[in-house]
Ligand binder design. Structure first.
Ligand code: ADP
Length: 269
């Protein structure tokens, strides 16, 4: 077993107007099954907080009606549950938007240094409150890539948030922007953004499935920390849209490294 497990990247270029052919119908069957699983997952994820809300409404109407302290406590829980539903619906909308746009290439120009600095600034206070120091290593010259700024913010915010959330026990999260002279799978040079933590890491068996919708290593923990299980699925689609690569390296007990490599130049751009 290799010491570092690298999950092979997602297919990077489908080409405009790529045609997906189902020769034997099994692909259609598989797509149908995936859709059914997705709907079942969404329903389950929404029902859990909804059931809690309904239960607390009944309690507030009945037994807890005259108990001010209990009422306050229940309202706080209800707020948390409603927030969870809100985040889930927000992530579902994000996911469907990025999926719809995946074939359309981004056209904007993005200053990666500034974008990463912004992400770190946004998350720094919460990280520090949790005892995590965010360390940035950026090149001195400005770095520009073709991309959609809002979506790239979403990518790096998700990865840094995860590193703080799940890898925060190491007390440190590193964000590094580096030039890659030649990335074979991008057939050219690129810029890599590495988000590293020294937390507990992820067991190898989970790595290939991490970017699946609703896949979590520890569902209970993810939910407790406000996770929807959709973050890395969204990241994957956005990186695909940018014709980039996502690599995940992790070693149980030592921490995780998530690397996004974006092409320096877009073919035909
Ligand atoms: P979630 O909303 O659960 O955080 P994500 O799609 O962002 O969903 O991540 C999927 C799962 O991957 C998480 O539930 C967690 O188990 C695992 N994970 C993601 N990032 C890390 C990390 N830096 N260290 C350890 N585990 C991680």
């Amino acid at each position: 077993i290799p010491s570092d497990i690298t999950v092979s990247p997602m297919p990077i270029s489908m080409g405009e107007g790529a045609l997906i052919a189902f020769a034997d119908g099994s692909g259609i069957e598989q797509a149908g099954q995936m859709r059914r699983d997705f709907v079942a997952n969404v329903s389950h994820e929404l029902r859990t907080p909804l059931t809690a809300l309904i239960g607390f409404i009944e309690t507030l109407r009945g037994p807890a009606r005259d108990d001010t302290a209990a009422r306050e406590r229940f309202l706080t829980i209800m707020e948390t549950e409603a927030g969870r539903m809100n985040r889930l619906v927000g992530d579902l909308l994000s996911l469907s938007r990025v999926e719809a746009e995946e074939r359309r290439r981004p056209t904007g120009k993005v200053d990666l240094n500034a974008l990463l600095q912004g992400v770190a600034d946004t998350l720094d206070r919460a990280a520090q409150a949790g005892g995590v120091r965010i360390e940035m290593t950026l090149p001195s010259q400005p770095v520009q890539v073709v991309g959609e700024s809002d979506q790239l913010v979403q990518v790096f915010q998700n990865l840094v948030e995860n590193a703080v959330k799940y890898g925060g026990s190491g007390g440190w999260v590193g964000i590094t922007l580096d030039h890659v002279a030649h990335e074979p799978r991008l057939r050219g040079p690129g810029w890599s953004v590495t988000i590293q933590d020294r937390g507990e890491g992820i067991e190898a068996l989970h790595l290939p499935r991490l970017t699946e919708r609703f896949y979590r290593v520890d569902a209970h923990r993810s939910r407790n920390q406000g996770g929807t299980g959709l973050g890395l699925a969204i990241v994957k689609h956005i990186v695909n849209r940018h014709r980039g690569l996502l690599k995940i390296d992790s070693k149980k007990g030592q921490g995780s490294t998530f690397t996004v490599i974006l092409p320096e130049r877009h073919h035909g751009a």
